[in-house]
Design a protein around this ligand. Structure first.
Ligand code: ADP
Length: 582
């Protein structure tokens, strides 16, 4: 009952399965104690009836009181245990699941985050786990405990009187078949509702993230309308989902309760024909008021249980995705980066094909090529931000796919166009480059990256908070912070992605000095559209449609007739008025 399938279906951890077993056990005990109470009531009544019919002497009220007291104490203790086993344990479990999910996400290859966006993943950590928590605490133990207790009571009823037992219990299998049969329809509704909910979160997130652009381009009405439509659609899917589920659940509930009527009818018939006495019917009527009660709560939450299975499969998808693991040890011989037959595809779109070249230590290797030719992808692959599916990338002779990304990245400095900054001070944002760097070290790096000039103008200097993702800074300022970070880190491999694109001419010249310092003696892979950056490179790799089209020193490539690089250099020099040394 609580095997692997069950565990996956509700995304339970091993501890979660243990908790569910405990909750089931205590629910079973509670249900049996409650039924035991019915039994006591039945015995008391039959003793009382005996005094009326055969003139027996009623035992003293003290005995009844004692029995009642024992029952109340027992009931209290078992309910308390059940509460602890269902709610208490689950809250601990929820915390563990969230932490293990976050841990897992940390290890997933970056490519995964392109497939499932931020709103979607946030929904999993918060919404999906919340929904599951509710099911773990309110449904599983109750439902499974009730299955077993009902089965036990049903057997006892059959032993007592099989005719009345059938009259009392026939509704249960019918209701069960009805619910089981409607599962597919309800699950489909749940999936549609879930998808619509994610669309709403996506829409809200997109609107908030792009609020500046939306205002600047006067698109508020369009965006709000789209968002309203998504919310309306979500509401519609929820309503129809609940309606469909409600119909089946209530029908099942009514069918089960029809058992009361059939029991009274059958019982009356049996009494009239003299086959049973009134006390037997009385006992069945007592039991029937309780037998379906434990299911009520679970039935009311059946829609949530179905929804939770979707949440569970979303959670399991994260657990099932292969993580980017590897050795904790990384001791390469030097830092040459060797690309061997590297191929890569986003979904089905092949972006890189048989890329073969070496970026040598102590040299600047510039990647050039038209936009979309795969330069950024290649730079990211070099840092194992995605795993290389075809071919290999080796650093100092070590296949990077075999090294834990966190360890590997210790040897990389990256200055990418999309600088990521945290809602913290300038100082702390730069310090991210090197854990435990002193304030002096941070300031020295900042100075070398020309941050001084704008930091001095900030109200609290280096201690000024820069807002979420550096919202209070300009593009150039953000980029200088990222250069300062890289300088502070001083890693042997540097990946530069159009590092100077957001800088004006004056700043670019100043930062160029800092970059030269950053690059000296390192293995440098730079993505450059600008010929000026390329001019200083030791080697150029020209990518075209994901393949290496040309490779060599800038001066060599300039000599190639009809060369792509030569053509690009000429185009740039025509427009910018500068030329490359031949
Ligand atoms: P470049 O840096 O040369 O402009 P990129 O490496 O950014 O080229 O992109 C190469 C191709 O891969 C483009 O066609 C781009 O649309 C596609 N691409 C880039 N990033 C992704 C992504 N995260 N998901 C899907 N396709 C992508």
């Amino acid at each position: 009952m609580f095997g692997k399938d069950f565990q996956r279906k509700y995304a339970l951890t091993d501890q979660g399965v243990k908790n569910t077993k405990q909750a089931t056990l205590w629910t079973l005990i509670v249900n049996l104690v409650v039924m035991g109470g019915m039994g006591i009531l039945y015995l008391m009544m039959s003793k009382y009836m005996d005094t009326l019919t055969v003139g027996a002497v009623l035992p003293g009220a003290g005995l009844f009181l004692l029995i009642a007291l024992v029952f109340v104490v027992l009931s209290f203790i078992t309910h308390l245990q059940q509460y602890r086993a269902t709610y208490g344990l689950v809250y601990g479990e929820v915390k563990d699941v969230r932490i293990s999910l976050a841990e897992r996400m940390r290890k997933l290859p970056l490519g995964y985050f392109g497939k499932r966006d931020l709103a979607d993943l946030t929904e999993t950590i918060m919404g999906d786990v919340n929904r599951l928590e509710h099911v773990w605490s309110h449904c599983l133990g109750y439902l499974y405990g009730s299955y077993i207790s009902t089965a036990i009571v049903a057997i006892m009823l059959f032993v007592f009187d099989w005719r009345l037992a059938i009259a009392c219990l026939w509704g249960a299998p019918v209701a069960f078949i009805l619910l089981f049969g409607s599962r597919k329809i309800n699950k489909r509704h749940s999936e549609i509702t879930k998808e619509a909910g994610i669309q709403v979160s996506d829409g809200i997130q997109e609107t908030l993230e792009n609020i500046r652009e939306i205002r600047a381009t006067n698109q508020e009405k369009k965006f709000l309308k789209e968002l309203n439509d998504k919310i309306d659609y979500h509401e519609k899917t929820m309503r129809s989902g609940e309606l469909s589920c409600g119909i089946f659940v209530n029908a099942a509930s009514v069918i089960m309760r029809l058992g009361v009527a059939t029991t009274i009818l059958t019982g009356t018939g049996l009494i009239l024909s003299g086959k049973i006495d009134f006390m037997v019917l009385f006992m069945f009527l007592l039991v029937i008021t309780r037998i379906y009660a434990p299911f009520d709560q679970a039935l009311a939450l059946i829609a949530e249980m179905l929804m939770s299975q979707i949440s569970a499969s979303r959670l399991m998808e994260i657990y099932d995705t292969k993580t980017a693991d590897g050795a904790d040890e990384f001791s390469p011989k030097g830092h040459d980066i060797v690309f061997e037959n590297v191929g890569f595809a986003y979904d089905n779109e092949q972006v890189l094909k048989q890329v073969d070249f070496t970026a040598k230590e102590g040299e600047v290797t510039a990647l050039v090529g038209p936009s979309g030719s795969g330069k950024s992808t290649l730079a990211r692959l070099a840092a194992r931000l995605w795993d290389v599916p075809e071919g290999t990338i080796k650093v100092g002779g070590v296949d990077i796919n075999t090294v834990d990304p966190e360890v590997l990245l210790g040897d990389y400095s990256m200055v990418f166009q999309d600088v990521v900054l945290f809602d913290d001070t300038v100082m702390e944002n730069i310090r991210l480059g090197k854990h435990g760097a002193t304030d002096e070290e941070v300031k020295a790096a900042a100075k070398a990256a020309n941050c001084d000039e704008f930091v001095e103008k900030l109200p609290q200097g280096y201690d000024t908070p820069i807002g979420e993702n550096g919202a209070k800074l300009s593009g150039g300022e953000r980029q200088r912070i990222s250069i300062a970070r890289a300088l502070l880190k001083n890693a042997p491999i540097v990946l530069l992605d159009e590092a100077t694109a957001s800088l004006d001419v004056e700043n670019e010249t100043r930062v160029q000095g800092a970059i030269s310092r950053l690059l000296s003696g390192k293995t440098v892979l730079v993505i450059a559209h600008r010929m000026r950056t390329v001019e200083a490179a030791d080697k150029i790799v020209v990518l075209k449609e994901g393949k290496v089209a040309e490779e060599g020193k800038p001066s060599e490539l300039m000599k190639k007739d009809n060369g792509i690089f030569k053509h690009m250099a000429q185009l740039q020099s025509d427009s910018a008025g500068w030329s490359i040394a031949q």
